[in-house]
Design a protein around this ligand. Structure first.
Ligand code: MRU
Length: 355
């Protein structure tokens, strides 16, 4: 298999004949391209929890298809018992990861369909659920393309961009969010130099961003997370582009652990720091980032996962938060499909969320 063709694979899709969710297993990249065929709700929960599918928009799409597939299995034509079982499945999938709002956002979209169509038969509701899940995915492609268009207005041919984690095509249905301007630029013959933080502990930058950017022919340099300051000091970075898992109404943005440190460095060196996300990632129900639940993950991700032998002493305490919150004061702009929100975010995000 030619790994350079990674961008021709779908991150998440629905096989309607087989009634399965197809996931490009991101835990195996870049060594091998492996497509998982899942139809059991526990396997789908596990795929989200173990990051076989990851990145806020991709998790939402996977959960929507997963909930639809589970709805198909609910063997009753009685609406109240259908709805009860459906909601139980929704709550279960929603518990797979707490931080990225797109998971609950996508599941709520399906729940709304099930709840509002109580005048329809259960088979008709199941068909509406399929249509909604398919729409969530196709809307994501258009959303990411628009985010990329807005992002392209911020940079010029030859610029150096520093990015963290993977907010690329592998985290969405196409293009990505923070990496969308880079991929769109390639389509138009505009070239950027991209510095990928390796992104400890799960190495989404090294394994995924570097992989998909190289596959697209982008001038890509991998750095360890603790090298970002030096790369900025060298004058190689014109802008920092990162994704987002949940933004609050005041513009605080939660993203992969390490993002807030980059924002502090960028401020020190006078480099613009942009967060990229679909409007669905903006959670107007929370006032500040302090309200965001930060996922804590297994200590083995830090002590063992990438080492042939465990490298840390047994019994050591490990602190392994998956995300951190960048305060809005450090963010130059939040790039959405509806345009670029600028400070004060309480006003600009409210305007963006109005439609
Ligand atoms: O733990 P992950 O790999 O799911 O974390 C992903 C990120 O932090 C991304 O930057 C974010 O979800 C945006 S993806 C477009």
């Amino acid at each position: 298999m030619n790994n350079n063709a990674i961008l021709t694979y779908e991150t998440v899709s629905l096989d309607e004949n087989e009634r399965s969710l197809l996931i490009l297993d991101q835990t195996k990249l870049p060594a091998s391209i492996n497509i998982l065929h899942l139809n059991d709700i526990h396997d789908i929960w596990n795929a989200i929890y173990t990051l076989q599918v990851r990145g806020a928009p991709a998790i939402g799409i996977a959960a929507a298809f997963g909930l639809y597939l589970e709805a198909l299995k609910i063997d009753t034509d009685d609406y109240p018992s259908f709805l009860e079982k459906f909601k139980k499945a929704k709550d279960y999938l929603n518990s797979a990861r707490p931080t990225a709002v797109n998971l609950s956002w996508a599941l709520k979209r399906l729940e709304k369909i099930a709840a509002l169509n109580n005048d329809k038969t259960v088979p008709e509701i199941k068909e509406l659920l399929r249509l909604e899940a398919v729409a969530i995915k196709s809307e994501d492609t258009e959303t990411c393309r628009l985010i990329g268009e807005h992002g392209l207005t911020l940079i010029h041919n030859g610029d150096g961009i520093l990015t963290h984690c993977n907010a690329g095509q592998l985290a969405t249905s196409k293009y990505g969010t923070a990496l969308a301007p880079i991929h769109l630029g390639r389509e138009r013959g505009i070239n950027f130099r991209v510095y990928c933080d390796e992104t400890r502990p799960l190495l989404q930058g090294a394994r995924l961003s570097a992989f998909e950017l190289l596959a697209d022919g982008v001038d890509t340099t991998l750095i360890c997370d603790n090298m970002a300051s030096q790369v900025m000091k060298n004058g190689w970075v014109n802008a920092v582009f990162v994704g987002c898992d949940r933004a609050s109404a005041n513009g605080d943005c939660c993203n992969k652990i390490g993002t807030s440190g980059l924002a502090i460095l960028a401020r020190h060196y006078g480099i613009p720091f942009y967060v990229f996300c679909p409007a669905s990632t903006i959670d107007m129900n929370i006032k500040t980032g302090a309200e965001i639940v930060i996922e804590q993950r297994q200590p083995e991700e830090v002590t063992e996962i990438w080492y042939s032998k465990r490298m840390a002493p047994d019994g050591v305490n490990v602190y392994n938060p998956a995300f951190d919150v960048t305060e809005h004061e450090l963010i130059t702009g939040i790039v959405t499909e509806f345009g670029i929100a600028r400070p004060p975010y309480t006003e600009s995000l409210r305007k963006i969320m109005l439609p």
